[in-house]
Design a binder for this molecule. Structure first.
Ligand code: FAS
Ligand code: PHB
Length: 392
C-alpha cells in the first residue's frame, strides 16, 4: 500500500487531520487499533473552543454540532460556597458544549461520506524509516501483515500509543507532573443542575457540574488516586457531590442512575520536540493536560489544524521546509494551555499535604483576579481558547 500521509490513531485528532488533508487534496490513510464502536464508547471531553468549532466547520463536520451543541458565554467558579460568574465575552469568544463522542462520530461520518480510508482493528503497528525520506508503517489487519509506504507519518495515537515510543532514546525531552488525585466522573440522563458549567473549590475536594445536553449531565468529584470506581455507588457519588455544592445548587441537583462511571487520573505531560525526521506527534501523543481547563481535546485539534496548514504549504505551496516549524509553533500554544490547566487544577483542588498558608494564598489569588475586570478577562480568555495559530 502507499499513501502520502500515514496517520496512526482514529481519535478526534487523527480523524480531523484526515479530513483537513483530504480537503487540501493530500491523500492519507488512518490505522486504528480499536473498532469504531470502541472509539465511540469512550466518554471524554465536553467543551469545544471556537477554534475547534471553526476547524470542524472547515471540513463539513459541524452540522449536528450547530444543531445540538449548546453555546455558553460564561461559566461559574464556586469558591467555598460563593458563586462567581466568569463572562467569556470579556475574553472574546464563547465555547460550545458538545461531547467528544459526538465530534468523533461526526468526523467518522464525514470521512466515510468522502471516501477517506480508515483501517480499524489493526494490530502491531510499527513505524519505520522516519529518519530517511521513505517512511513506512507495518501492521496486521484481518490477519494480513501489511506495509504502508508514505511521505510522512503522524502519530495521533494518544498517550499510550506507539508513535512517541518510536523516537530514539535521548531525542525527546519530557516534562511531567502527576497529580495525587483523579476525577471520578458520572454520566446521567437528568437535566443539568445549572445553565452553565460550575467548577467548585471545596475543603472536601474539587467538583465539576457539566452537561452534554438539556437532558444529559456530566458530573465529577476529585478523589484520591488509589480510589476504585467499584467502591463508589451512585448514592455515595451524589452525596459527595451535594456536600461540595452550595445549598441552592445541592437543592436543585437531580440525580439518577449512572450511564457511565469512571476514574480518570490527572497529569500534565509534554514531550519536546513534537517531531522527529518525518514523524510528527499530535494531540495526546505529545501532551496531556488535567481536564480542569477543558483543553485536552481542543489542544489536539489545534495541533492538527496547524500541521495540516503546514502540509498544505509543503505540497501545494512548494515549501516543504515549512514542516520544520511545526514543533516550535505548536509548543507555544501547548505551554500556554499547560499553564492554564495546571493553574486551574492547583487553585481549585485540595492538594494533599499542602500547607494551610499556601491553601489560603490560592484562595487569595483567585479573589485577586476576580476583584478586577482585567483578572476576570484573563481567566475568560484562557478558558475560551487563545487566538488562532498564525504561521509567522
Ligand atoms: P485519543 O487518545 O482520543 O485517540 C488516540 C487513538 O489512537 C485511539 O483511538 C487509540 O485507540 C488509537 N491508538 C493508540 N495506540 C495505537 C496503536 N498502537 N495503533 C493504532 N491506533 C492506536 N479532555 C478535555 O478537554 N476534557 C475532558 O473532560 C477530558 N476527559 C478525559 C477523560 C479521560 C479518561 C481521558 C483519557 C482523556 C480526557 N480528556 C479530556 C482528554 C481527551 O479528550 C484527549 O485530549 C483527546 O482524546 C485527545 O485526542 P487524540 O489526541 O485523538 O487521542
Ligand atoms: C466535561 O463535560 O466532560 C468537561 C467539561 C469541562 C471540563 C472537563 C470536562 O473542564
Amino acid at each position: 500500500m502507499r499513501t502520502t500521509i500515514a496517520i496512526v490513531g482514529a481519535g478526534p485528532a487523527g480523524l480531523l487531520l484526515g479530513q483537513l488533508l483530504q480537503r487540501a487534496g493530500i491523500d492519507n490513510v488512518i490505522v486504528e487499533r480499536r473498532s469504531a464502536d470502541y472509539v465511540l464508547s469512550r466518554i471524554r471531553a465536553g467543551v469545544l473552543e471556537q477554534g475547534t468549532v471553526d476547524l470542524l466547520d472547515s471540513v463539513g463536520a459541524s452540522q449536528r454540532l450547530h444543531a445540538e451543541g449548546i453555546v455558553h458565554h460564561g461559566f461559574e467558579l464556586l469558591l467555598d460556597g460563593r458563586r462567581e460568574h466568569i463572562d467569556l465575552d470579556a475574553g472574546g469568544v464563547p465555547v460550545t458544549i458538545y461531547g467528544q463522542t459526538e465530534v468523533t462520530r461526526d468526523l467518522m461520518d464525514a470521512r466515510a461520506a468522502q471516501g477517506g480510508q480508515t483501517l480499524y482493528e489493526v494490530d502491531d503497528v510499527a513505524i519505520g524509516g522516519v529518519d530517511g525520506d521513505r517512511p513506512w508503517l507495518d501492521f496486521t489487519v484481518d490477519g494480513v501483515v501489511t506495509r504502508l509506504d508514505c511521505d510522512y507519518v503522524v502519530g495521533c495515537d494518544g498517550f499510550h500509543g506507539v508513535s512517541r515510543r518510536t523516537i530514539p532514546e535521548g531525542v525527546l525531552r519530557t516534562y511531567e507532573r502527576v497529580y495525587p488525585f483523579g476525577w471520578l466522573g458520572i454520566l446521567v440522563d437528568t437535566p443539568p443542575v445549572n445553565d452553565e458549567l460550575v467548577y467548585a473549590r471545596h475543603a472536601r475536594g474539587f467538583a465539576l457540574c457539566s452537561m452534554r445536553s438539556a437532558s444529559r449531565s456530566r458530573y465529577y468529584v476529585q478523589v484520591p488516586t488509589e480510589e476504585r470506581v467499584d467502591d463508589w455507588s451512585d448514592a455515595r457519588f451524589w452525596n459527595e457531590l451535594r456536600a461540595r455544592l452550595s445549598p441552592d445548587l445541592a437543592e436543585r441537583l437531580q440525580t439518577g442512575p449512572s450511564l457511565e462511571k469512571s476514574i480518570a487520573p490527572l497529569r500534565s505531560f509534554v514531550v519536546e520536540p513534537m517531531q522527529h525526521g518525518r514523524l510528527f506527534l499530535a494531540g495526546d501523543a505529545a501532551h496531556i493536560v488535567p481536564p480542569t481547563g477543558a483543553k485536552g481535546l481542543n489542544l489536539a485539534m489545534a495541533d492538527v489544524g496547524l500541521l495540516a496548514s503546514l502540509f498544505d504549504k509543503a505540497y501545494a505551496g512548494g515549501e516543504p521546509q515549512a514542516l520544520a516549524r511545526y514543533s516550535e509553533l505548536a509548543l507555544r500554544r501547548v505551554w500556554r494551555a499547560q499553564r492554564f490547566s495546571w493553574w486551574m487544577t492547583s487553585m481549585l483542588h485540595t492538594l494533599p499535604g499542602l500547607d494551610a498558608f499556601t491553601t489560603r494564598v490560592h484562595g487569595a489569588e483567585l479573589d485577586t483576579l476576580l476583584a478586577s475586570r482585567a483578572g476576570r478577562a484573563t481567566i475568560a480568555e484562557a478558558y475560551a481558547g487563545f487566538p488562532g495559530q498564525t504561521l509567522d
